[in-house]
Design a binder for this molecule. Structure first.
Ligand SMILES: [Zn+2]
Length: 280
């Protein structure tokens, strides 16, 4: 059954390159700005809708001075999706820009890795350089979902979420960071009057989330600045490179505006990119 996979760009910022790449000084390049997009992702298929991450909460975004124009519940209706039809929310990792707005989906099953959950509910996560990247209230909401019996914690390196959708634990950026691979992805229905030139149809989408913020990390072998385990981060880059070398596989970075150049915009909403329609 073909699936539609969409990236929703809900916010942005401009960051200094020296804050984006680990030990940037070793590259002996001048500092400069790098554009950062914020996304969450939607998988729509016959059985319903899965949301991959929930973006940041408006209050947290304001406090941290990010631009924001959408939350998931605000974005879904323009795509013809009732937020109540989201049956599963995958949390790739528990950083603040991926765990906001969970309260918009009170009936959904939430899935994340056990390693990620255990880390963020442990004392070490309270230390400055980890706590900085999380919202305590949102970690509490995950704990509450667990009490309610609607949090599933993955333990294997690879977990099948449903046939053709796999969660792969790579760590690196955070202790239990997940990537998501989705097979049999097709172009969004509703269609394009004229297909973008050269656009291909179908294939496997590899949602890297923050295992890869910017394509530059894998293309120039340049680790991201925020991390919990550098060897795991390098191994994650190797895995993404290996997976994306497979025929029909398409790598989607978690925060890179380049995503919008590599895939076609969705006809229904300019904030949405159709990951079933690569432009190469
Ligand atoms: Zn992020």
């Amino acid at each position: 059954m073909p699936r539609e996979v969409l990236a929703v760009r809900y916010g942005s910022r401009v960051a200094p390159r020296r804050e984006s790449f680990l030990n940037y000084h070793v590259y002996a390049e001048p500092d400069g700005p790098i554009d950062v997009d914020y996304y969450f992702w939607i998988i729509r298929e016959a059985g319903g809708v899965t949301l991959i991450d929930t973006g940041f909460a408006p209050e947290a975004g304001r406090r941290r001075r990010r631009d924001q124009w959408l939350t998931p519940a605000g974005a879904l209706p323009s795509l013809g999706i009732d937020p109540a039809s989201v049956h599963t929310v995958v949390i790739t990792h528990a950083h603040w820009d991926h765990t906001g707005n969970l309260g918009q989906f009170p009936g959904a099953q939430v899935v994340m890795s056990q390693a990620e959950y255990d880390f963020w509910t442990s004392p070490i996560a309270q230390r400055t350089h980890f706590a900085l990247h999380a919202e305590a209230d949102e970690i509490s909401l995950l704990a509450k979902a667990r009490e309610q019996g609607r949090l599933t914690l993955t333990q294997a390196e690879r977990t099948q979420l449903s046939p053709g959708i796999e969660l792969v634990q790579v760590g690196g950026h955070t202790p239990g960071e997940l990537i998501v691979t989705i097979d049999d992805v097709s172009a969004a229905p509703g269609g394009y009057a004229v297909r973008p030139p050269g656009a291909l149809r179908g294939g496997t989408v590899i949602l890297a989330s923050d295992a890869l913020h910017h394509y530059e990390e894998v293309e120039q072998d340049r680790p991201y600045a925020i991390l919990s385990d550098l060897p795991a981060m390098y191994r994650g880059y190797d895995l993404l490179t290996e997976l994306s070398a497979q025929p029909g596989a398409r790598l989607v970075a978690g925060h890179d505006p380049e995503v919008r150049a590599r895939f076609a915009p969705h006809p229904a909403d300019p904030a949405v990119t159709d990951l079933g329609t690569p432009l190469d």
